[in-house]
Write a protein that binds this ligand. Structure first.
Ligand code: CTP
Length: 402
């Protein structure tokens, strides 16, 4: 999955011949899961039509402060557009637009939007080789980068003039991967490794039966996704679960029993920076597993159970620099029980669910949590989707490890 998935991209097109390539650019953004809006300088419409771009982006394309053709002369709000965007890209960026951006000139919608944008702004210069080398262009490029804008350098090759040299706009594929890599390089968990447990465990009774629970794995998988979206490499140790994850940063390790989960956790724990144990691990397992299917009898059946290993506690005991987070599912004395678990299992934080809260727990799509850290500071969150809860958990961890 691309880091551009779900991002709002505002593409500003200026009047250079490379504008014809912006059709591909819009397609690539859409394919990577981004939402795209386009603004054009009036002169850029000589190079590519707004109809092409609005069709590809599935959004209206604006180039003036208001739409003269429309009955109501609708105002195109540059501030709104600037605030809407997660990313602004100006491509192609001509010498003229670069110079205006440097000076704060805002005599068209694109420039006014650029000045209003609060998001990262990327620009891909495109011009003839002598224009690209001109001292005034060099000054524009330097100033714009000093302002915090991010340049996607022009490349060398044959130019519209027939001359060969530097000044070609980077190819659309390269622009998109430049932006993706730039986003990834700034992610707060980049270079960090996270261990996660999710789902239930199944404890075998005989070859066909087991003791299990209703955990779906949704919470743990959502945390894996949230951690990966911040750049972490995730080792997701999952009990039996139908959940799917498709993210190159997440390595899924399937286990069945508490013992297998214990072994897998100990295999990865030493190399991780953060561990979040959200699995609903069985506390007991059959003492003896029947090798043959147990036959039905008329008398009652007693299965002797013995405790499983407490994975979380065992990791707390060997913890060095890892930030260790446990989950607690409680029905009464929630806060004090959770605090006891922080101490007895040597945790940095615990995520508390109370079964008394409607919508909390492990089967549904929502959860309501309170995060308590090792200083016993409590933060209660509203009922949210598990995806949103996962983001909150990762954000809370981030504030404590940075
Ligand atoms: N946990 C674990 N290994 C176990 C049991 C639980 O790692 N064998 C982890 C869970 O993944 C969770 C935390 O321990 O992060 C708390 O689980 P919970 O069942 O609420 O607590 P317990 O310590 O088992 O205590 P109790 O059931 O008595 O409340």
């Amino acid at each position: 999955m691309s880091v551009l998935q779900g991002k709002k991209v505002l593409l500003g097109i200026t009047a250079g011949i490379a504008a014809y390539k912006t059709a591909s650019l819009v397609r690539l953004f859409i394919k990577s899961g981004a939402e795209v809006k386009v603004i054009m300088t009036p002169a850029s419409k000589d190079f590519i039509t707004p109809l092409t771009l609005s069709t590809l982006s599935k959004n209206p394309v604006h180039s003036t402060f208001y739409n003269k053709e429309e009955e109501n002369e609708l105002w195109n709000n540059h501030v709104e557009l600037g605030l809407w965007a997660d990313i602004m890209l100006i491509a192609p960026a001509t010498a003229n637009t670069l110079s205006k951006m440097t000076n704060g000139t805002c005599d068209n919608l694109l420039l006014a939007t650029y000045l209003s944008a609060k998001c990262p702004v990327y620009f891909a210069p495109a011009m003839d080789l002598d224009m690209y080398k001109h001292a005034s262009t060099i000054r524009s490029l330097e100033s714009l980068q000093q302002f915090g804008n991010i340049m996607i350098p022009a490349t060398s090759g044959e130019l519209a003039s027939g001359l060969i040299g530097e000044g070609r706009m980077a190819e659309p594929e390269d622009i998109v991967s430049f932006i993706e890599n730039n986003i990834i390089s700034k992610l707060p968990l980049r270079g960090k490794k996270v261990l996660l447990t999710a789902g239930p465990t199944y404890e075998a009774i005989d070859p066909v039966r087991f003791i299990g629970n209703h955990s779906s794995g949704k919470m743990g998988f959502a945390i894996a996704e949230a951690a990966a979206s911040k750049g972490a490499e995730v080792f997701l140790i999952s009990g039996p679960s139908n959940q799917q994850i498709n993210n190159s940063l997440v390595h899924r390790i399937n286990v069945t029993s508490a013992q297998e989960m214990y072994d897998a956790c100990h295999q990865y724990f030493k190399e991780v920076d953060i561990a979040v144990l959200s699995a609903a691990v069985a506390d007991y397992k059959p003492k003896n597993i029947a090798t043959q299917k147990i036959k039905k009898k008329d008398t009652s059946l007693v299965i002797e159970l013995e405790p499983t290993k407490d994975i979380l506690k065992s990791l707390g005991a060997i913890k060095t620099n890892q930030f260790l987070v446990g989950f607690a599912l409680e029905t009464n004395n929630e806060i004090s029980n959770a605090k006891k678990k922080i101490e007895s299992k040597n945790l940095n934080a615990i995520v508390l669910n109370s079964l008394r809260d409607k919508g909390a727990g492990f089967a549904g799509d929502t959860n309501k949590i309170t995060i308590i850290d090792s200083d016993f500071k409590e933060k209660a969150f509203a009922l949210k989707s598990k995806k949103e809860v996962a983001k909150d958990i990762i954000e809370e961890i981030l504030t404590r490890i940075s």
